[in-house]
Design a protein around this ligand. Structure first.
Ligand SMILES: [Zn+2]
Length: 421
């Protein structure tokens, strides 16, 4: 049997329905004392159990580890045990390649640590203790920050527990939105989560930017952000030369929120209660959040039925149209045309009789420069932040929650590409 491990030979293989046990040992040879170099005297073997990359069933290596004694009575080494760092770290119980395998599974197969631990026949803690230092080392490698010319920032809630015990509920996430040329010569954003820091504030973002050093900051030409004053203040302080651009994903989301708010208000006003089955506005939430271009004729018909059921629903329709206009401005292929649409939005939304739309209009006017910058920088960051958010959400579900923020950060960096330099 070929194990693919050069450093040991297979002595025996034992199969049971639930486990594959492989006895291995290193080929014989002379061994010198690690201290004085004198040829050491063999003292037999001891069995060390290692967990290896599983197949259908978990695989256990019984490593018959050699032990020696230094014959020089003056040497302080005495007895010593064989070490094969290519096979396993000095105090590990998982082979190096099992750890590599586990990391790849976490990264690419959306596996969870407990599931992998089960396949390896080890405890969750054992696996995480072996994986964590490798992720940590990659997280600390400054090379993963090189070449970032377009930077995004976003926040999300990572826990709903006690803030005195677990710290702030929000985490600020930095996203690499730099475009790279793919094999067909097209420029694409390969969004990577660069880091997660506690809190949602100017300080959280500014401190992180300071820590990155001048070379990193000088390289950033475009900084995308959601309409949050704290992040803008951090950019003004730390990245004064970069062009601030409102992240398209966040702006479109603001539009969707407005539709939701109007729908809920009208629902309450017309029926006196929150949406329930049988109400015309009930069950169209998802339709209202989608882009009109993605709706089928049947869905458009459902929307029409809901809107025309009551004159008061006109407001929902107008809010929906406004949100669609916002989407359309971003989706326009020609950025000059997109900018004209955006300017029309800036000129009209804030005078809308629907209060929620007017408020969005005022927000956009406050952020006018950053809003319009999207159309003039030709830096279409659309989708990058959204993609990273999606990965974060997926992996939170896979792990069924995290207690430790450092572990959470490492797992999310791994999942969202942040540990690839
Ligand atoms: Zn010695």
């Amino acid at each position: 049997m070929l194990l693919g491990l050069d450093v040991v030979q297979v002595e025996a293989v034992e199969r049971s329905p639930t486990l594959l046990t492989v006895t291995v040992s290193s080929p014989p040879g002379l061994m010198g004392c690690p201290r004085c170099g004198v040829v050491a005297v063999g003292r037999g073997r001891k069995i060390r159990v290692l967990h290896d990359v599983p197949g259908e069933v978990p695989v256990v290596l019984r490593w018959r580890q050699r032990t020696w004694r230094c014959p020089d009575p003056g040497c302080p080494v005495g007895s010593f045990t064989e070490q094969l760092p290519d096979l396993v770290p000095a105090r590990g119980s998982l082979t190096c390649r099992a750890v590599t395998w586990a990391i790849a599974q976490l990264r690419r197969e959306h596996a969870c640590v407990s599931g992998l631990a089960r396949r390896l026949a080890v405890a969750w803690k054992t696996l995480w203790r072996a994986v964590r230092p490798r992720l940590q080392a990659r997280a600390e490698d400054p090379a993963r920050f090189t070449g970032v010319t377009s930077l995004g920032v976003d926040e999300h809630i990572w826990h709903h527990g006690d803030t005195r015990r677990r710290g702030p509920k929000e985490l600020t996430g930095m996203v690499d939105l730099t475009r790279h040329q793919d094999e067909h010569g097209r420029w694409r954003v390969r969004a990577r989560l660069l880091d997660l820091v506690p809190g949602r504030s100017k300080k959280a973002y500014a401190d992180w930017l300071t820590d990155r050093g001048a070379t990193f900051r000088d390289g950033v030409q475009v900084a995308a952000l959601d309409p949050f004053g704290g992040y803008k203040a951090a950019l003004d302080a730390e990245l004064a030369d970069a062009v601030a651009v409102l992240d398209a994903f966040h702006v479109v989301k603001l539009g969707t929120q407005v539709v939701d708010e109007v729908r809920r208000r009208v629902q309450q006003a017309t029926t006196g209660h929150r949406g329930r089955k049988g109400d015309p506005l009930y069950g169209i939430q998802t339709l209202l959040r989608a882009g009109a271009e993605n709706l089928t004729d049947k869905q458009l018909h459902r929307l029409e039925v809901a809107i025309t059921a009551d004159d008061a629903h006109e407001e929902v329709y107008i809010a929906w149209r406004c949100a669609q206009d916002l989407r359309a401005a971003y989706r326009t292929k020609d950025t000059a045309e997109g900018r004209r649409r955006a300017e029309k939005i800036l000129a009209s939304f804030h005078t809308c009789p629907i209060a929620e739309v007017a408020r969005l209009g005022r927000t956009l006017r406050r952020w006018q420069q950053a809003f319009l910058a999207y159309f003039t920088t030709d830096r279409a960051n659309n989708g990058g932040t959204e993609a990273v958010n999606g990965i974060i959400e997926l992996h939170r579900r896979i792990a069924r929650g995290y207690r430790n923020r450092d572990n959470y950060r490492l797992r999310m960096l791994l999942a969202a590409g942040g540990l690839n330099a």
